[in-house]
Design a protein around this ligand. Structure first.
Ligand code: RBF
Ligand code: MG
Length: 181
């Protein structure tokens, strides 16, 4: 990949953006194809206003009261929505996240999607759980790639740069925001 613009050294408008939503079905590609699972969320009005790209911040999951159910994914695959009720206490802490908003040019999606990769290894999947997230900054535009491996490597670099930014002086106070999560 080419040159990256640096991440802003502090939180700038329109951030922070804090919202709560429920985790929906994606395309089922994140974990199976890329080895990088993402929690898909509805594209809210505030997320729709952001330019397509990669963002970062913090998030927290909470189980939903809804009974477990089976939902059909777009490709016809059945997905068990356990509503986050299998998650362990540790899984329910505040974790850093990277978020992709847009059309996934590598896959040429027709619809705008929003998905969150939580930087934590979960004990179980959590379709249907609630997620509260705070978006604190922008990382880069969405890109097309010649290989899947190049996309995976770039996502891993996003994660590394996001964690560095969150630990830098301009964002460390963001733990205040994360306490609202
Ligand atoms: N998809 C792209 O087509 N181009 C990208 O530049 C891109 N960057 C991403 C960065 C992050 C941090 C994440 C979590 C996802 C990104 N994706 C990108 C989306 C990826 O294609 C998607 O998660 C999988 O296809 C599963 O839906
Ligand atoms: Mg996903």
């Amino acid at each position: 990949m080419g040159m990256r613009s640096p991440i802003a050294s502090e939180i700038v408008a329109p951030f922070p953006i804090t919202e709560r939503n429920e985790i929906i079905n994606g395309f089922g590609r994140g974990s199976s194809e890329l080895g990088i699972p993402t929690a898909n969320i509805p594209v809210t009005e505030r997320l729709a206003k952001l330019e397509p790209g990669i963002y970062f911040g913090y998030c927290r999951l909470s189980p939903s009261q809804k009974p477990q159910e089976i939902k059909l994914r777009q490709d016809g695959q059945q997905v068990l929505f356990n509503q986050g009720n299998l998650l362990a206490d540790e899984d329910l802490q505040v974790w850093p996240m990277v978020m992709s908003i847009g059309y996934n040019p590598f896959y040429s999606n027709k619809e705008k999607t929003a998905e969150i990769h939580v930087v934590h290894e979960f004990s179980h999947d959590f379709y249907g759980a609630n997620i509260t997230y705070v978006v604190l900054g922008y990382i880069r535009p969405e890109l097309d790639y010649t290989t899947k491996q190049a996309l995976i490597e770039d996502i891993n670099l996003d994660i590394k740069l996001a964690l560095e930014a969150l630990n830098s002086a301009g964002y460390r106070n963001a733990s205040n925001w994360s306490e609202e999560l």
